[in-house]
Design a protein around this ligand. Structure first.
Ligand code: FAD
Length: 471
């Protein structure tokens, strides 16, 4: 189903000067996600430079009944920013909207456009002596609009919350082309429904986020980073609790890395090395940060870890003595997705369970997938302090890659059944997009799904805003 040439011309004109890509060679890089699970088609990538042009594009699409797929940095992992294969949608990329409209280090707010790359916002905040704490592996290319549309999580959720906790106001182009200016900088505002929260996490199905007011925090004056080795999953959460108590709740990141993940990283990814002389079952990457410049954080971490080692709760630990060593420890964690790519096919689960249930979840899910496929290699890693585990499965070494990936749905069912039985979530931070639509329909609460469909119908009665995603 293609879009009529005259309609395409009208939409392209609405995108403003330099705002339309129509050459297939220019369009190609926007059509696929990095995991390669989805590849779409379109005759037009609109790249408007300001809110008025975004509104004009959406209005032109609404008038013609043409679907719009919003796209940020295209680092999403569930097919949300990929247009449908039939070419019936216009891709609306926000990458040219990258102005920081205002930044106030006293008020601790930044008003930024949707196309700002996350790392640029972090830098702008740091230059002003502040912290914007959202941090994730894709931060060099994902954009604020995409972060908010997916309610991104990342490594600092433990201390600062998800993306939705970091927003005071939004500017949104609605599916009919109207602009909702909700760019409030208020910390307190109880004037009815909190509309911004509707659009955060909606994955572009309710409107196009064009700008946001973000919350900033005091920049950390001191950071201390360690890798602690433990032999038993049951030792992980007590260690987190111990560190939170000992440090005055300054733990900003607490990431789980299994032995197999470290081995895969050391095998395949440059810069990854095992810092310990002996192998251990699990590793916790720990980061503490404080805005107090009194220099005590490292000592706090060292004392707490020494006490845990003396009690036998922790087997061994290293504390980074330099920025380079800190980067080396983070490299072990960040290399995990890449390392798994070198080990053949990988079936992913981005799930969460109540924090206290994480060890039971990992044990139960590991036993279940191993019973279903002997030789499968689970690499459960991630944001254990938030109850969010990337329960990723590497194929048995001798198995054919395609045959393994053909088991994706069967493995999802096994793992997601366990997640559901533990009152968890089948998508902790990556969203639903296209990849998990059927899973949401299967596991979602019927009343919640009904409310979502009603909201969608109320805001987007024509169904043109990122159709086929979420519900
Ligand atoms: P895109 O991929 O372009 O879009 C994602 C969704 O948002 C799509 O549905 C799209 O339609 C919609 N969208 C994009 N921009 C807008 C807009 N302006 N208005 C309305 N809708 C919009 N995610 C985490 O949560 N935590 C992690 O730790 C994490 N780590 C990652 C590590 C790597 C190496 C990679 C590749 C990805 C990771 N992700 C993680 C997933 C991804 O980076 C995040 O989902 C990110 O927030 C997506 O931003 P983006 O700009 O790339 O959005």
């Amino acid at each position: 189903m293609s879009i009529a040439p005259a309609t395409l011309q009208r939409i392209a004109a609405a995108a403003g000067p330099g705002g339309a890509l129509t050459d297939p060679a220019d369009i190609a890089p926007y059509l696929a996600e990095e995991r390669g699970l989805f590849r779409g088609a379109t005759a037009l990538v609109a790249r408007p430079a300001d809110t008025e042009a975004v509104a004009a594009v959406v209005r032109a699409c609404a008038e013609a009944g043409v679907a719009v797929v919003p796209q940020g940095g295209n680092t999403g992992l569930v097919g949300g920013a990929v247009p449908p294969e039939n070419g019936a949608a216009v891709l609306l990329n926000l990458g040219r909207m990258r102005r920081i409209r205002a930044l106030d280090p006293v008020e601790m707010t930044a008003t930024v456009e949707a196309g700002c790359v996350l790392a640029e916002v972090q830098r702008a905040a740091a230059d002003a002596g502040c912290l914007f704490p959202l941090s994730l592996g894709a931060e060099g290319s994902c954009q604020i609009g995409g972060n908010l549309a997916t309610n991104a999580g990342g490594v600092n959720v433990l201390r600062y919350g998800n993306a939705r906790d970091l927003v005071l106001g939004l500017e949104v182009v609605l599916p009919d082309g109207r602009v909702w200016n909700g760019l409030k900088r208020l910390r307190k505002d109880n004037t009815g429904y909190d509309l911004k929260q509707l659009f955060i996490g909606a994955e572009g199905t309710l409107g196009v986020i064009t700008a946001a007011v973000l919350r900033l925090f005091p920049a950390p004056a001191e950071t201390a980073t360690a890798l602690a080795a433990v032999e038993d999953l049951d030792a992980v959460l007590p260690l987190l609790a111990r560190l939170r108590a000992a440090s005055g709740d300054t733990v900003t990141a607490f990431e789980l890395i299994p032995r197999l993940g470290l081995e895969m990283g050391a095998r395949h990814v440059s810069g990854v090395a095992d810092p310990f002389a002996a192998p251990h079952a699990q590793y916790c990457l720990i980061e503490l940060a404080s805005a107090r410049p009194d220099g005590g954080l490292r000592d706090v971490l060292e004392d707490a870890l020494s006490a845990a080692i003396a009690e036998g709760a922790v087997s061994d630990a290293v504390i980074a003595a330099s920025l380079e060593q800190r980067a080396g420890l983070w490299r072990i964690r960040e290399a995990l997705p890449e390392a798994q790519k070198h080990e053949g096919g990988s079936i992913k689960h981005d799930v969460s369970v109540p924090v206290a249930a994480v060890p039971d979840f990992i044990r139960a899910a590991t036993a279940a997938v191993t019973a279903a496929m002997p030789g499968i290699r689970p690499v459960p890693f991630g944001h254990v302090g938030d109850g969010n585990i990337h329960f990723n499965l590497s194929q048995p070494p001798a198995m054919d890659r395609a045959a393994f990936l053909a088991e994706w749905e069967r493995m999802n069912r096994i793992v997601h059944d366990i997640v559901a039985a533990m009152d968890g979530s089948i998508s902790a931070e990556h969203g639903i997009g296209r990849l998990k639509r059927a899973e949401l329909a299967h596991y979602g609460d019927p009343v919640a799904l009904d409310l979502m469909r009603r909201l969608k119908a109320a805001l987007d009665p024509q169904g043109i805003m990122n159709p086929g995603k979420i519900v």
